[in-house]
Design a protein around this ligand. Structure first.
Ligand code: GLV
Ligand code: MN
Ligand code: MN
Length: 404
């Protein structure tokens, strides 16, 4: 089947040979390889690939016009990410279009495949940056100034990759042409396996966000500075990690500190500064706010006790998402008619579909992940389930795009 062929070509791009994880950061060489792969595959299918003003790619089947049925996902990854997160949605979209073309389906509405940029926020720290820019949820000037860990701005990275950052910003014309957006994604969690289902339908996305915590201390000698005299930012940071875990458990949400930078990074010195990122998510905004407020106040208290300064800044926020009920019911009906039972699932993971949902009727399909592990090289989906996902997506596109 075409999916396996598409997948084989994509599989090695941006993969670290040591860890087996993917490092497909936006506007890097690996990202360019993934974009070239997509353009080649879309070309082979006779689709016209157009970049938009925000670094996203669009492959059109038929002339771009209002009412388009759009599918797709992203090709960027988290550090040492799995191969399926995002990529499965793009490869499945290409395979679904190939399947429809094979059976000479002639869509009444335009169909497009989108590859959204910087979905993970792994390089510039704002997730779903491509869809946020497109919908006006992020100010373009702010976006141009976002920096990566080496201090390179988004504008500089785009320019180096041959893209024009001066054009970033809301794209009302493109939004007006999209009638519906359906994103297929690997399941991130393990709900489908116990239900014996290969595919599921998303109900909604938990509210979530990222907060940057800067702890400022004083560099000192590990072998001579008396414990009582130190201003060690590592201490309030370490206690904050535990406070986050406790706050999440108490509120029924999730809180994670997965990234930390200690400066200057000497093994025989007290750090001068520690920067950590808190990722917090919860079933509703009240519980999310409670979690973050609890962590912030604990962290402030610990910092004061250690003579350390603390500043906390929100870097991104996504309110709760409820996917379009009518579209969900329609998809459920299409799949049920084909004998596919697709359970409806909530998720704590963010997606471009969640950002676009504010402007367009949007839905998501999940493909079973037998272990539930994601954002890890261990992420997996069986080939048979990927193929079931392609089949489900093709049925949905066929229904939504209508036969001429
Ligand atoms: C996207 O994968 C997220 O962090 O939810
Ligand atoms: Mn992800
Ligand atoms: Mn994803």
């Amino acid at each position: 089947m075409i999916f396996a062929e598409l997948w084989r070509e994509l599989e090695s791009l941006g993969r670290d040979p040591g860890t087996g994880g993917y490092r497909r950061y936006s506007w890097t060489a690996a990202d360019a390889q993934c974009r070239a792969w997509f353009t080649r595959q879309a070309d082979n299918l006779g689709l016209a690939v157009e970049p938009d003003h925000n670094g996203n790619l669009w492959a059109w089947w038929g002339r771009r016009r209002p009412g388009a049925v759009v599918t797709g996902s992203h090709l960027d990854s988290v550090p040492d990410g799995g191969g399926y997160d995002g990529a499965l949605g793009v490869a499945s979209a290409l395979a679904a279009v190939a399947e429809l073309k094979d059976k000479n389906f002639d869509p009444e509405r335009a169909v497009a495949i989108a590859v959204m940029t910087e979905e993970e926020g792994a390089r510039f720290r704002v997730p779903c940056l491509g869809s946020r820019l497109m919908t006006g949820a992020v100010d373009p000037e702010t976006a141009r100034g976002l920096t990566d860990d080496d201090g390179v701005t988004l504008a500089e990275a785009m320019t180096a990759a041959g893209a024009d950052a001066s054009l970033l910003g809301p794209d009302e014309d493109l939004l007006a042409d999209i009638g519906v957006f359906v994103e297929l994604h690997v399941e991130q969690g393990r709900a489908l396996a116990p239900l014996g289902a290969a595919v599921g339908i998303a109900k909604g996305i938990w509210p979530h966000g990222r907060w940057r915590l800067d702890f400022g201390g004083r560099a000192d000698h590990a072998g001579t500075a008396r414990l009582a005299d130190r201003k060690d930012p590592m201490l309030p940071y370490a206690r904050t990690v535990l406070a986050a875990r406790r706050a999440a458990a108490d509120s029924g949400g999730l809180a994670t500190i997965g990234k930390v930078i200690a400066e200057p990074g000497g093994a025989n010195g007290v750090s001068s500064a520690v920067t950590a990122w808190l990722d917090a998510r919860a079933p509703d905004e009240d519980r999310l706010e409670k979690t973050v407020t609890t962590v912030r106040s604990a962290s402030m208290r610990y910092s004061a006790e250690c003579g350390v300064t603390l500043s906390v800044r929100q870097e991104s926020y996504t309110p709760p998402v409820h996917f379009d009920q009518g579209l969900r019911d329609r998809i459920d009906g299409v799949l049920a008619a084909a004998g596919i039972a697709a359970p409806v699932l909530p998720t704590g993971a963010g997606h471009d579909a969640g950002i676009l949902a504010a402007r367009i009727p949007t839905a998501m399909l999940f493909v079973r992940n037998p272990t539930g592990v994601s954002h890890s090289p261990a992420e997996h989906a069986d080939l048979a389930d990927c193929e079931a996902g392609v089949r489900a997506l093709a049925l949905i596109l066929e229904d939504l795009a209508g036969r001429r």
